[in-house]
Design a protein around this ligand. Sequence first.
Ligand SMILES: Cc1cc2nc3c(=O)[nH]c(=O)nc-3n(C[C@H](O)[C@H](O)[C@H](O)COP(=O)(O)O)c2cc1C
Ligand code: SF4
Ligand code: SF4
Length: 378
Amino acid sequence: MTGLDDRFEILLNDRVVKTPIAISAMAGWVDAAYVEARKDHVGAAFIGGYSVDAPTLQASREMAAGGREEFLPDDPLKELERQVERLERTGVVAGVNLRAASPESFREAAHALGDRAIYEIDAHCRQEPMIRAGCGEYLLHHTGILEEHVRGLAKEGVTVSVKIRAGVAKDDAALGHRLWKAGASVLHVDLMDFGYAKIRQIRNTSPVFLIANNSMHSFDRVMEMFSHGADMVSLARRSDPDTLAGIDAAIARYADEFGWFNAPKQLCRGGDVRALTFCCLPVKECPLIPTLSRLGVSREEYIRMKQEAVRGTPLESGEYTCFGSMAWCCKATSPCMLRDSSMQMAGLTTKEYMRLKRHLSQTIMERIFGGRAEGKQG
Ligand SMILES: Cc1cc2nc3c(=O)[nH]c(=O)nc-3n(C[C@H](O)[C@H](O)[C@H](O)COP(=O)(O)O)c2cc1C
Ligand code: SF4
Ligand code: SF4
């Protein structure tokens, strides 16, 4: 990829995402027209929520009667087809936020729309009628059913997202791991009042694509999420064009300067598992050792993993650095003349160095968590 496409290096549902900002669902408001008016500053959008079967449609009618805005088309799946078709023309990666009471209903939606959209299961809605219909937050109290929904959709070969509200299930990080194992590729988390620590906990248990949501309308808050494990942020209530444009411009500037827009903090400064890319050889008592044992990775495996991953790349060099290779070197924001001169000798700019560290971190994540079948929980 070149130019703008490789600024963030994100593919979602096999499509290039032009900025790591999404619009989060608001029933009755967020449809293709809503996204069209904001398309220049978002990379993905989750339209809906749409209720797609009899129990959830009944719940939507009750909610509408109670004064809430709801989408209540005559034929929800036909309407979704029209909406997704329109969304596809915006250049924004399409997601549909769905409410359904059975795995069959989710599968029917998948048959209607195919792989044109990401299927987001609404396990978030806390309105009584939706909970009674066995959807929304009900699923966070009945996680086995939620996993069944995920498995059913994943079997259809489509990309699955789950929208959750943090603090409702017993253990969000453990749930994130199980949902990823069941086939979810995206976890979309409304953080409520929880801070970045929640994002880090979830990141440390799987390589799922992680979207942080709730009040993501300042650059500082967005960067806190990115540096603790989020791959994207999403906005609902403040998804006005001005707010989106401001955040988009700030993230793009940061990415153009530092190369890795969501680089983690170093592990000893509170970074998440991706920070192993910046870690030293395991030669002293520091957070690296307990992190490796929690992940079930021996010191020898860790050393081999990094050595193999940098072989033949510029990060392999660096004989004058602390450990003889930039594989073990710190984040570019930690000043170091030894590393800087090694980068210079290898012809690397700061941005390229950080990009290579990102690729190293991706390889480390793949090795640690493996495929869904044999992934480990950290
Ligand atoms: C009016 C309204 C409707 C919403 N409808 C949905 C929905 O249908 N499905 C869903 O997953 N979240 C829904 N949400 C939650 C938002 O997507 C988002 O998680 C929440 O508003 C927090 O993010 P924010 O601070 O960016 O608004 C709704 C929120 C609002 C305000
Ligand atoms: S190995 Fe180095 S970077 Fe990693 S936690 Fe220890 S001191 Fe920090
Ligand atoms: S050479 Fe500098 S950047 Fe590399 S490990 Fe040592 S202190 Fe860190």
